[in-house]
Design a protein around this ligand. Structure first.
Ligand SMILES: [Mg+2]
Length: 292
């Protein structure tokens, strides 16, 4: 049987190209263990303070978390968070450096697709500041032609103004991949979002394929948009300890949790399943040179 041919490959980022849940948990846990050593306050005790900060900033990986926690203010009288909690921040960075890796076969699969002349895009709901960092560290700046993210806070400026930070502005900017925003407040599985990205490239729906790890968000969105898809089931997070922690401190509002519950009620079947690795997409679709 002839495989459907594609000239545009769009991917979800978190838990499709790398294990976001695992990286998040390892880094967060490493940081909070150091905070506990210094303050005798455990992450369980601090969770009730952490969650509102994450909610306020719309992310569970807010870079200025420690200085925003009321229970740590006493410690922060002695200096800036970067100094007082230097060990915690160092532990976070060390864990991130060690754990932030692409899933097996992702690099070679993306390069194979790229080598055909097809275009590659990422569509993520994580904020651009954190996604850019990961795109660069994972060696995908330039492999990915374009990354779509929701509009986010003015974090990079604050990050650099705060002083005592580790890296220069360039460290957080993309050099080769192009960045575009998705419309404010629009979320997966809204099929218009995917249709818009495809239209943005000037190709037809038939010429694109979308890949993501969430059946209820990624697969449902592609199906509703009438776009061929692959379900990256290998990316479904298995780490229950990490999930329990994430639930405790998540930026999701009660409204978000309810929305998620409703999304999950739907029975979404996926016929094209990548159960082992991303490379399986090459058994399902062929790719060729992009043209408008
Ligand atoms: Mg995902």
């Amino acid at each position: 049987m002839r495989m459907p041919n594609k000239i545009l490959a769009i991917f979800d980022f978190d838990n499709t190209l790398f294990d976001w849940v695992h990286v998040w948990y390892t880094c967060f846990d490493a940081m909070m263990s150091e905070v506990e050593k210094k303050t005798d306050l455990s992450v369980k005790e601090l969770a009730a303070e952490i969650r509102p900060v994450h909610q306020k900033h719309g992310t569970s990986e807010y870079a200025f978390l420690l200085e925003a926690l009321p229970s740590l203010q006493n410690h922060l009288k002695r200096g800036k968070a970067a100094e007082v909690f230097e060990d915690a921040i160092r532990a976070f960075r060390k864990a991130r450096k060690r754990e932030l890796q692409l899933y097996p076969t992702v690099a070679e699969t993306l390069l194979k697709i790229k080598g055909t002349g097809a275009r590659i895009a990422i569509y993520t709901e994580s904020q651009s500041f954190y996604s850019f960092y990961r795109l660069k560290r994972l060696g995908l700046d330039g492999v990915v032609d374009r990354i779509y993210t929701p509009p986010d806070h003015d974090l990079p400026d604050r990050f650099l103004e705060s002083g005592g930070r580790h890296y220069s502005r360039d460290y957080y900017q993309l050099r080769y991949s192009e960045h575009r925003h998705t419309p404010l407040g629009e979320l997966k599985p809204n099929p218009d979002l995917l249709a818009q990205i495809i239209a943005d490239f000037g190709v037809s729906k038939e010429e694109a394929v979308y890949t993501g790890d969430s059946r209820h968000k990624d697969v449902a969105m592609a199906k509703d948009a009438g776009v061929d898809y692959a379900w990256a089931s290998y990316g479904e997070a298995q780490d229950t300890e990490a999930y329990e922690m994430l639930k405790m401190v998540t930026h999701w509002s009660d409204e978000d949790v309810e929305r998620e519950r409703r999304i999950r009620e739907r029975d979404v079947r996926a016929d094209v399943v990548l159960d082992k690795s991303l490379s399986q997409i090459l058994d399902q679709y062929s790719f060729s040179e992009y043209h408008q």
